[in-house]
Structure formats: C-alpha cells, structure tokens
Write a protein that binds this ligand. Sequence first.
Ligand code: LLP
Length: 466
Amino acid sequence: MHDFHYKNGKLFCENVAVEDLVKQAGSPLYVYSQKTIVENVNRLEIALAPLDVTICYAMKANASLGILGLMACMELGFDVVSIGELRKVHFAGGDTKRCVFAGVGKTEAEITDALKLGIYSFNVESIPELERINRIAGKLHKKAPVAIRVNPNVDAETHAKITTGTYANKFGIAFEEVEALYRKAKRSYKNLHLKGVQMHIGSQLTDTAPFVKAVKKMIPLVKTLRDKYDIEFFSLGGGIGIAYQDALESGSADWWQTKGKDFISPEKFADALIPLLQPLGVKILIEPGRFIVGNAGILVTRVEYVKQTPKKNFVVVDAAMNDLIRPALYDSYHQIVPLKQSRTQKTIKADIVGPICESGDCFSHDCTLAPVKEGDYLALMSAGAYGMTMACNYNGRPLPAEILVSGDQADYLRLRENIHTTWKYEGIPQWLLFEEEEQPKEKKEKKAPKKSSRKTPKKQAKSAKK
Ligand code: LLP
C-alpha cells in the first residue's frame, strides 16, 4: 500500500499535487511519501511483534540523509555496507550500536573505525575477514561482535544479479563449513564475541517459499550455535519484494485482496516464518531495504520530444539511466503514469527513453500510454529503492533533486546538483596547464588576464597527441 493516487485527474503524493512540486523544483525529480515509509515500517513491526525483532533498515536502498533521519526517529537499526554508510547513519542521528556491518570487502580502516564507533555486529563474509577483525580488535583492546553470514545455498528465485544465497555467489560462508568455523573462532580468536548468525538469500522475493526453505535449513544450525556458543541473534537478511507491475494499483487495499492476493507482504512473511522462528528463543533481525522505501518514491520526468519513426514511436524524457539505472541494469520494469490523467481513451505505443547515448537508456519498451506532448510530465513508479542511491553523473548530468512529502507539507531532501559541482573533485594534470612563468613577462603583463586565475589547457598538448 502507498500514498500516490489520482485526485481530480492529478497525481498526488499524500495531499500534495506532484505537478506543483515539479513546477517548482524542476525535473527530473524524486518524490517520496513519508506516510508510506512509516506505514511500511509499522506493518513490519506489527506483523513480527510476536518475535523479539529488530529491523535494521538496509540503507543501500535509499541513503538520503533525511530518510535516514526519519528511520532514526522510528528508532530503527541499520544495515550498512561501508564506513561511509555507517558515518552517515551517525550524522543523521541513528544509533550505530543498532547497526550491522555487512559486505565482502571490509577494509582495515573500515573495521577499525566501526569498532571505535561501536556497532551491533559485523556480518562476516569470509575466514580472512574473521581473522582480520580479530587482529584489529586485539590491537584496540576490544571484543568485536561478529555473526557469520551463512550461504545456505538456496535459490531465492529472483533476478540473477540480486541472487546472493547460492554457491555461485560471492557471499557468505558455505553452510557445511559454518559450525566448524564457530568452533575454531571460539578456540583461536580471543578478541571476538560470537554474537549471532546471519543469512541473506537475495532481493525482490515475491513469494515466501524461498525464505521458508532457507530458514528451515538454518534452524538446526541456529539451535546448535545458540546452545554451544550462546549466540544472541539470527538475522534473516532483507529481500521482501514490492509490486512493480501494478505499482499504482497496489496503493489500494483492494488490489491486495484481488490481483495481489498471492504477493508477498509483511503479514504473509510473518505467518510463514513466526512458527519456525519463535521456538528458537533468540533475537531476530531483518534487514529490509526495498520493502520500506521502494513503493514510497517516484521519479518524475518531463517529456522533451515525441519522435515518430517508421518503425516505432519514442517518447524522449529528461530523466535517464543515470537517474534510475534499474531498467538498464536488470531489465527491470517500472510502471509509467502521467501526472495528469488524459480525458481521451486513445492510447499510443512508444518506447520511453532518456537522452543518454546508449540504446540501453530506455525505461520502457512498447509502453502503452495516453498520447503525450512536449512539456507533459510522467512518473516512474516504485522508484524509492535503488533509484537515487545508484544514480551517477554519466553524460555530464547533475543528480536530480529529492523531495519528501508529509501530509500537505513538502521539503527538499536534496537540492538539484549544480552542473559545476559535478566536476568538483576533478583536476587537469599540471603538465597540461600553462605555467604563467613560462610566458614572456611583457606579454603576461600586457594581457594581465583577469581570468588567468583559471589555468587553461596547453594548446601543445593537443598537437603533441597527433
Ligand atoms: N541485507 C543484505 C546483506 C543485502 O545484501 C541486501 C541487499 C539487503 C539486506 C536489502 O535487500 P532488500 O530488502 O532491499 O531486498 N540494486 C538492486 C538490489 C540490490 C540488493 C543488494 N543487497 C535492485 O535495484 O534491485
């Protein structure tokens, strides 16, 4: 369920007409609904209430500072994958002691910093990482809280690029090796606190069956680790999927009772897993990202051109794969709807494409929509997760602005990036620049160019290359 809906033919986010926002903030523009985020969290909390559960929001889904601030207000934990993310949680007012630190490549600096800040647990992905954490903790005279990430070798039945729990994937430690590793760690790694065990089989799971399969496989292991090493928690990872296909329709309860009745939901997740988890008597962690923010955000874009060719129509919009890479990277579908509903029943078929110089820069192939013209606005639904966090400056494009709506209020989470700041960390190598001393003195004085504080690339560099 979410809070994007049409009122008098206009798309609203909560009580605000999205068109009013885009007219003020420009396009492309991410718009998020606070109410939807809060309700998603509440639904998870209520459904899982019979368990001793901590929700660690997987901030890789949406790491906007204001969104993190909102999660901190709701007293969520966080699943972080870099020291950058951990520091950002800290800055946003989140509690680092409720953070789990995942990822296959944690550096020495990251482990050191995380130990100094104090986190809930490292989710450890390999034996060398376990050794490294033990060594660094020893140096700091600390006990590092750790959980081994188990690779249960269960297929999540999702897209190959977001499947993580099989032996073809780089993640975790093979199920069969885990118990022996805890034994070894207890014996040899004196600076570790064996605090829990973790798994994460994949993302965008639309059915509970793979979760059930993986949890059933994990249960005997969790029991053994609980009895032998007194572990405190079992983390199930993230992965609860959202409705991309009928994204707009899935805002209403009706859809969930009819077309979406078999689709995964917090309630179905809880019904399937609570009976398995409750008898374990350990704390349960979940690491949802997409479920919390995915359907709470849209990407608004302006139609620039309608291009008709003998083969097909193209609607060229001002958003592109740099703003939302999911369709280009995973062939994923985002429903596209107009900000203003059309009065006609007429439809056209068109590819909705961005301006980037790649054929992959296409949001939808053969999309059926009401006729559009230059200046109209469209919304890409379910863009709240893995949208802005994966955006980049490709093709010299500044990052879009982000706005959060709450009731009838709206405010920026992020201003549109300034074109000039897109190259702020870049420089031209010294040898390509005019050294002012190289120029004849009189000439330099004569020119006295006011602009000379900005060095220009040597013309010779160009000719030297020929
Ligand atoms: N925990 C771990 C260890 C993870 O690797 C992930 C996601 C999550 C939790 C959160 O999963 P979620 O609840 O959001 O499904 N960029 C891709 C998704 C990559 C997911 C990576 N790991 C996409 O746009 O679909």
